[in-house]
Design a protein around this ligand. Structure first.
Ligand SMILES: Nc1ncnc2c1ncn2[C@@H]1O[C@H](COP(=O)(O)OP(=O)(O)OP(=O)(O)O)[C@@H](O)[C@H]1O
Ligand SMILES: [Mg+2]
Length: 302
């Protein structure tokens, strides 16, 4: 379990994290979303004791990181895949970590296989591709078999097969009852991976929600095709819906698809198509973070 309570982290005049509170419970993948500079990495560093909060706290299983006796057994993290000594081989890197944390060397072999690096174990870290370094970072995070895992933009640098692999890995870790927090800029990616999402902007919480509630919240309208456009339109309008016509189809707001179907049936009107439409999750994300983008790409003048 991860608990972030009223966390504030200032760097000089910059409030990287500003009174942020959220929880991640075991058994879930929580997606941590926000534009560049929103404070995601800073929050993760605070959870891992790498950054001291200016105020508030970040707890793992009810304790501050510094108070955990054998941290690798409780919490694993991949923050920066490049933050590895380049001169060692992949397997030696993991052996060093294992040895200094009282973890058996057998476990090194297991995690190398789990992340698909067994074949490249002897290669020097500096000779690994970014995607392979990501896998090595995941292996290091898993080494102590911890119940809490944090991944900071783990899909960076992965090819499509690697992206699918890491998705499955995170889902699997949550299914085993672990707590997983994963950051990303990509709502589309989180839609496939996360059960819950935490959206931040300028260091503050914008939204904490289940993925399903978010999709519901951004429901847009229902597209209805019928041979009796005028007839169904007046039935729906009498029922309180707002209806417009687009390319011969009715676009209906403020009535559910099932209610539309029932009304049509009651009035003996045929329906050829009934499609509930929601804003894409990508649109939802952009709408939610619109006011909190720190670094916006300048629009190109035409
Ligand atoms: N060590 C530091 N010193 C000074 N400012 C920092 C430091 N680390 C982060 N910041 C600032 O804190 C803010 C939050 O940064 P952070 O890296 O946490 O954002 P992020 O959400 O991870 O962004 P990204 O999506 O780009 O990774 C930014 O304004 C950043 O410039
Ligand atoms: Mg970051």
């Amino acid at each position: 379990m991860i608990e972030v309570r009223e966390l504030t982290k200032r760097y000089g005049a910059v409030r990287a994290v500003d009174g942020l509170s959220f929880e991640v419970k075991p058994g879930y993948v929580a997606g941590f979303l926000g534009p560049n500079g929103a404070g995601k990495s800073t929050t993760m560093r605070a959870v891992l004791g790498l950054d001291a909060p200016t105020s508030g706290e970040a707890l793992v299983n009810g304790r501050r990181y510094a108070g955990i006796k054998r941290p690798m057994f409780e919490v694993g993290a991949l923050l920066d895949a490049n933050a590895v000594h380049g001169g060692r081989s992949a397997v030696n890197h993991l052996r060093c970590l294992a040895r200094s944390n009282g973890i058996g060397l057998k476990r090194v072999v297991e995690v190398l296989e789990q992340v698909g690096l067994a074949g490249a174990a002897k290669r020097r870290v500096s000779a690994l591709s970014l995607g392979m370094k990501q896998r090595l970072g995941v292996a290091a995070a898993l080494l102590g078999d911890p119940g809490v895992l944090l991944f900071d933009e783990p899909v960076n640098g992965l090819d499509p097969e690697g992206i699918r692999w890491i998705r499955g890995l995170m889902r699997g870790l949550a299914a085993e009852g672990r707590t997983v927090l994963v950051s990303s800029h990509l709502m589309s990616e989180m839609a496939l991976t996360a059960d819950r999402i935490i959206v931040v902007g300028r260091g503050r919480l914008i939204l904490e929600s289940s993925m399903r509630d978010l999709a519901d919240r951004f429901k847009r309208d229902v597209l209805v095709r019928t041979p009796d456009v005028a007839g169904l339109r007046s039935v729906l309008e009498n029922a309180g819906a707002s209806v417009s016509v687009d390319d011969g189809a009715l676009v209906v707001r403020s009535l559910e698809a099932a209610d539309i179907a029932d009304l049509a049936a009651r009035h003996g009107i045929a329906v050829h198509e009934l499609t509930p439409r929601s804003a894409t999750l990508e649109d939802a994300y952009l709408e939610l973070t619109e006011d909190s983008v720190e670094f916006r790409t300048a629009e190109v003048a035409r």
